[in-house]
Design a protein around this ligand. Sequence first.
Ligand code: NAD
Length: 398
Amino acid sequence: MIIKPRIRGFVCITAHPKGCAAKVRQEIEVAQAAKKEGGTKKVLVLGSSTGYGLSSRIATAFSHNAATLGVFFERPSMKGKPASAGWYNSVAFEQAAHKAGLYAKSINGDAFSDEIKAQTIETIKADLGQVDLVVYSLASPRRTDPKTGETYKSVLKPIGESFTNRTLDTDKDLVTEVTIEPAEGDDVADTVNVMGGQDWELWMDALDEAGVLAPSAKSVAYSYIGPEITWPVYTNGTIGQAKKDVERAAAAITEKHDCAAYVAVNKAVVTQASSAIPVVPLYISILIKVMKAKGTHEDCIEQMVRLFNDRLYSDDLQLDSAGRIRVDDWEMESDVQQAVADIWPNISTETLCDQSDYAGYQKNFLNLFGFELPGVDYEEDVEVELDLPSAGQGIGSR
Ligand code: NAD
C-alpha cells in the first residue's frame, strides 16, 4: 500500500510504518550517543508508544541498557488499513532493542483497567522479577474508572472566565483568535479523574502489592508549566488542576511505598497530545524558532536523555522549590521567554513563516506519523500489517 498523510484537524489518520521506524532510529541514535555505563535497569513505561513515553523508553534502553516493558493503547493494522503511529513505533523499537540484545515487551490495552495492570504484573513476574523505575506518561482524553465503571472525559478549558487569545489553525495555516468558554459542571473533577494522579497511585499500589517493585525504586510522571500566555488554558485551567493532583500523588506514593516518586516538568514539544491544545501550537512554533536561534532547541528524545542522564540517574536531581525535576529549564530561560513575548502580539498569518518556525512545527507534526523522514521512499508500496515482535498484543484494542 502507498501511504500518504491524511490530516483531520490536529490528527493524522494515517501512519507510515517505514517512516515511523526511521523516526525511532533517529531517536535511538541520539540516545546511543549519550550512552552511560552502569548497572542493568528494569523499566516499566506506561504510555510508551509515542511522545515523551516513547522517548523515555528509548533513552532508558539505549543510554542505560534498560530492559523495558511498555504499555500503550494503539490500533494495529486492520482490514488492510495502516496501524496507528504508536503501533509502528513500538514494532520498530522492539526490533531495534532485540537486535541490541535488550529485553523489550509490550502490552497493548487500556492502562486504566485492572486487567492490563494484572497482565503487566504477570509479565514482570515471569520475565523481570521486579522493576526499578516506573515512567507514567499517559495522555488520554478519557478514562473509565475500574472500580465504578464510570467513564470520565477530560477537557481543556479555563476556570472562572472565558479566555481569548491567538491560536493557530493548522488546517488552513491561519493565525486566528480563539475564545474558550470556562469549565462548568463536573469539568474540573472529570479532567482530574482522567489526567490527575489517581491512576498512577493505583499502578504503584498494584505493583507494590504484587511484590514487583524493586526496593528503593523510582517513579516519574510528566507535567508542564509554560509561559503566562498559555496559563489560562493550561496551568490555571482544567488540565493544570489535574497536574496539581499528579504532584499530590507523587508525594503520596513516596510516603506510602519504598519508592521515590517525582514529577518532571518537561518542555513544550509537538506531540499528538499537545497539538490538541488551543494556543499551544502557535506558542511552540515561535518557541522552536527562538530556541533554534539560541542553539538550545530540543525535541522529546533530547529532553528525555537529559532527564535520565543529568537528573533521575545522576546524583543531583536539581529539584525546584516544589520538589519537581525541571527539564523545561531552557524553555523557561528569561531571554527565551522575552523573545517569544516580543513576537506574540505581532504575529499574523502573513508573518507566521518569518516570525515563527511554522515549517519546523509542521515537519515535527508529520514526523509523529512517520511522514517527511529522510531516506524513506513514500511512493513505495509498503506492508501495513506488522506484528509486534514480542506479540504481547494484550486485552482489547482500539
Ligand atoms: P502522547 O499523546 O504522545 O502519548 C500518550 C501515550 O499514552 C501513548 O503511548 C498512548 O498510547 C498512551 N495512552 C493513552 N491512553 C491510554 C490508555 N487508556 N491506556 C494505555 N495507554 C494509553 O502524549 P505526550 O505529549 O507524550 O504526553 C505524555 C505526558 O507528558 C503527559 O502527562 C503530558 O501532559 C506530559 N507533557 C507533555 C508535553 C508536551 O508538550 N507534549 C509537555 C510537558 C509534559
